[in-house]
Structure formats: structure tokens, C-alpha cells
Design a protein. Structure first.
Length: 304
């Protein structure tokens, strides 16, 4: 299909927000919390370390020495809880660069991941991880150009852009671009009333794929019984607005509410697709393959 030097494949390992939601009612979309893998021009990128990263790690263990970069959106549980169970991080021959923003209390990405593995939270410390771990602190707005050791051409460089999202304590959105193709990972963000978030509009401009926090429906968000205003999440209706304003080619509805079972999400899918051509619901095991032409091709894979 592709040589490694030109492949751009997105794979979803965890698509659920807030808390893992296993069980018969979520089996088709999946119950693991956020983890998205991108293989981009020979670079292996992982976005968030929710419980989905455990399954990615299991696959990586069968592959031999691994070199990858992990980008964290923020440190809420559902985005880091899988990290202590990411088996490749315990294996000496593997290496990982881990990126995350400085937290509001000034702690670094290394400190945040270390704290969740201290007693009484977890039996062994971060220092037990025997792989070569490098931690990189980010400031939202940073741009990174990833060198590619195997392919000696500037065409094969991967550009990462970042932006601050609207979430309690902050979160980072990422745009990954290579060879004229781009995917935006924007989860844990709340829309603004009556205007599109300018940070997101810029980040998602003309993107081939936008993965967006669509935890609620508009009705749930504005519910009188339990309003979700200020909780830091958005709706599928706002996802459609953003995707259309930014000229996105394919919208991916992501960070599903744990209370939304498969049938509920099927109904959301139908409603989204009526308003936004090509939009899809994220589900575990789904892959999106970006062709070198500007049209992304959706390749469904059976749920895991
Ligand atoms: Zn979340
Ligand atoms: Zn969050």
C-alpha cells in the first residue's frame, strides 16, 4: 500500500471520555479512554495515554524495539490512567519521548506522570520503567518539526503545531502535518457561546481530519436538571460548526460520554452525517488512512 516514508495512518485505541466504560452496551464503540496512534512518514506518534494505550502496548510488545513519541493533551485521569500499564515503557530496548504542557501548579510532564505512580496510587514508581524515557515540556502554541532519521529528505518531515484548548486547567490541541496531509487532535475543549474558538479555527484550518471532543448533545449541554456548561467539553453540533467553519474534510466525533451506549451513539452518527458529509464516530480499532491526494479515505475495521 504505502512505503513507511509516505504512510499516514490514524488508529483509535480508546475513544471514550471521562471513565472507562466496558460492558455489553458499549462493545461496538468501545469503553477505553483516549489513545490515538498515528504512523506518519516513518514516525510513530501516540496521542494521550488513556486506558486504550494498554492495548496499543500489547501490540507493540509483539513488534520488537519501539521508538515513539507520546503527546499528552492534559493530565486528567482519563488521559493518563493507562500509562502505568503501557508495557513497552518497562522494556529496556524501547525509547519514548513524552510531551506535555507544564501544569497550572508548575509541575512538569515527568512530575505529573510520576505522581500518579506514587504510593498510595500505584505499587511501583515511574523509575521502574526501564525504557529510555525523555520528557519534553510544551507551551501551547509551540511548533515542532520532527526529524526523520530513516528518510533523509525534508519532504518527510512531520510538523506538529499546538494550541491551547478551553478546558479546566488547560489542555493542548495538536495538528500533525506531513506531505500536504494533516490531522487535528482536539479533545477536552469547550466551545464558546456565539463564536468559534479562534485557536481551534486556526489549528483545524483545511485539515483532512478533525478529531473533536463531542461528549454531549446540545440538549445535554444545556440541560436544566444538570447543565454541563463549564465542564470543559463540547457537543457534536458544535463539532459540525467548527468543522464547517474550518473547511475540514472529515470530522471524527470523539470522547464519547460514558453514559452513551452503542444505540445512542448510532443515533448521534445518523444525526451528524445528515449535517456533515463524511463525518464518522470514533470507535476502537477504527483506522483512517490518508492518501497523498487531499482526500482522506475512511477504512472501517471491525471493533476490537
Ligand atoms: Zn477527557
Ligand atoms: Zn479533561
Amino acid at each position: 500500500m504505502f512505503s513507511d516514508s509516505e504512510a499516514f495512518v490514524v488508529k483509535f485505541w480508546g475513544v471514550r471520555g471521562s471513565i472507562p466504560s466496558p460492558g455489553g452496551e458499549t462493545i461496538r464503540y468501545g469503553g477505553n479512554t483516549p489513545c490515538v496512534e498515528m504512523q506518519v512518514c516513518g514516525e510513530r506518534l501516540i496521542f494521550d495515554a488513556g486506558t486504550g494505550i494498554r492495548c496499543l502496548g500489547k501490540q507493540m510488545m509483539a513488534e520488537g524495539p519501539i521508538s515513539a513519541r507520546l503527546f499528552l493533551s492534559h493530565y486528567h485521569w482519563d488521559h493518563v490512567q493507562g500509562f502505568p500499564f503501557f508495557e513497552p515503557a518497562f522494556t529496556p530496548e524501547n525509547q519514548f519521548e513524552i510531551y506535555g504542557a507544564i501544569a497550572l501548579d508548575g509541575s512538569t510532564v515527568e512530575q505529573r506522570l510520576g505522581l500518579q505512580m506514587l504510593h498510595p496510587n500505584f505499587p511501583v514508581s515511574l523509575q521502574i520503567m526501564a525504557s529510555n524515557l525523555t520528557f519534553r515540556d510544551l507551551v501551547p502554541g509551540d511548533r515542532l518539526s520532527l526529524g526523520n532519521s530513516r528518510y533523509d529528505s525534508s519532504n518527510n518531515r512531520v510538523l506538529i503545531e499546538t494550541a491551547l484548548l478551553n478546558h479546566p486547567g488547560g489542555a493542548v490541541g495538536y495538528r500533525v502535518s506531513a506531505q500536504g496531509r494533516s490531522v487535528v487532535y482536539a479533545t477536552d475543549t469547550e466551545h464558546y457561546p456565539n463564536r468559534v474558538d479562534p485557536n481551534l479555527l486556526h489549528l483545524a484550518r483545511q485539515a483532512d481530519v478533525l478529531i473533536y471532543d463531542s461528549t454531549y448533545t446540545d440538549d445535554e449541554y444545556h440541560s436544566r436538571r444538570c447543565s454541563k456548561v463549564g465542564w470543559g467539553h463540547s457537543t457534536w453540533q458544535e463539532a459540525v460548526k467548527l468543522a464547517q467553519a474550518a473547511g475540514v474534510k472529515q470530522l471524527v466525533i470523539f470522547h464519547h460520554d460514558p453514559a452513551h451506549n452503542d444505540d445512542f451513539l448510532d443515533n448521534v452518527a445518523a444525526a451528524v452525517q445528515e449535517r456533515c458529509m463524511g463525518a464518522v464516530m470514533a470507535r476502537e480499532g477504527m483506522e483512517i488512512v490518508l492518501q497523498r491526494s487531499p482526500i482522506a479515505v475512511y477504512s472501517p475495521v471491525s471493533p476490537v
